[in-house]
Write a protein that binds this ligand. Structure first.
Ligand code: GTP
Ligand code: MG
Length: 237
């Protein structure tokens, strides 16, 4: 075998090994995510994974939903710091911090370790704020039953076109910073059209941080999903 071919053969083999390792990491993550899901299901806890760009308004959404989803515990995922944890604790929300350091998304193992010392008594909702990123968290299973994407008007109209994977992977979209849409020339029609092209039936809510009526509506829809999932008696909201 000539040197060039030998070399390319070796790189191919090397690549295959790397791919194999990645596949087994992915599989281990899927198994752990299923375990997490089973733990939550057993306790009738509805686990929501909140995704979105840095600064899109994920923590603000948790603050807005809390008055209507009182029985919640939060896992806060950030590269560094406990800034968001402290923010939520001011409202008396129970928060567990995960710092990924260089990791650009949470994984099932991090969640699994984090819930070891959880007190799940009287908890109905686990809200997981993933690391701010529109790429990495998409498609990663961590034990959630619902992916909530927070997508702000200030990020621009073109986000569904540029980052379709995360839009496809979501079960609900909250268009945040709706109060700022005029200032940033957010083209709502085009945005909604693009989202519907990617994920036809997805519910989309538009919210500004002081819009408690919409937070109430979103919370009630989430409560409904939980009741449905666990076959609970539907309350009249
Ligand atoms: N005008 C306006 N500002 C908002 C709204 N929602 C969030 N903000 C502001 O946007 C900034 C970022 O909000 P956060 O809730 O911290 O965003 P985040 O996605 O949790 O940020 P990271 O955790 O750092 O990724 C804050 O200064 C908020 O006050 C909104 O509806 N309107
Ligand atoms: Mg945050």
């Amino acid at each position: 075998m000539c040197e060039e071919h030998k070399h390319s053969h070796e790189t191919e083999n090397h690549k295959t090994k790397e791919e194999e390792i990645n596949i087994s990491i992915d599989n281990a993550n899927i198994i752990l995510a299923e375990q997490n899901k089973k733990i939550f299901t057993k306790k009738k806890i509805f686990a929501i994974n909140i995704m979105g760009s840095p600064g899109s308004g994920k923590t603000t959404i948790i603050e807005g939903l809390y008055p209507y989803l009182k029985k919640m515990v939060v896992i806060q995922g950030d590269l560094e710091s406990d800034v968001d944890k402290k923010r939520l604790e001011k409202l008396n929300i129970k928060v567990h911090q995960i710092n990924t350091h260089s990791g650009c998304h949470l994984n099932a193992n991090m969640i699994n370790e984090s819930i070891m010392d959880f007190d799940f008594k009287d908890i109905e909702f686990l809200i997981i704020e993933n690391v701010g990123n529109l790429v990495c968290p998409a498609g990663i299973k961590i034990g959630q039953v619902m992916n909530l994407l927070v997508s702000s008007t200030t990020e621009g109209t073109d986000k569904p076109k540029k980052y379709p994977l995360i839009f496809r992977d979501s079960d609900m979209i909250i268009v945040s910073k709706y109060d700022l849409k005029e200032y940033v020339d957010f083209d709502e029609k085009e945005y909604i059209k693009d989202v519907k092209n990617i994920n036809g039936l997805i519910p989309i809510y538009k919210v500004s941080k002081k819009d408690n009526e919409t937070f109430k509506k979103i919370a009630h829809d989430i409560i409904h999903k939980r009741e449905h999932m666990f076959n609970l008696e539907h309350k009249h909201h």
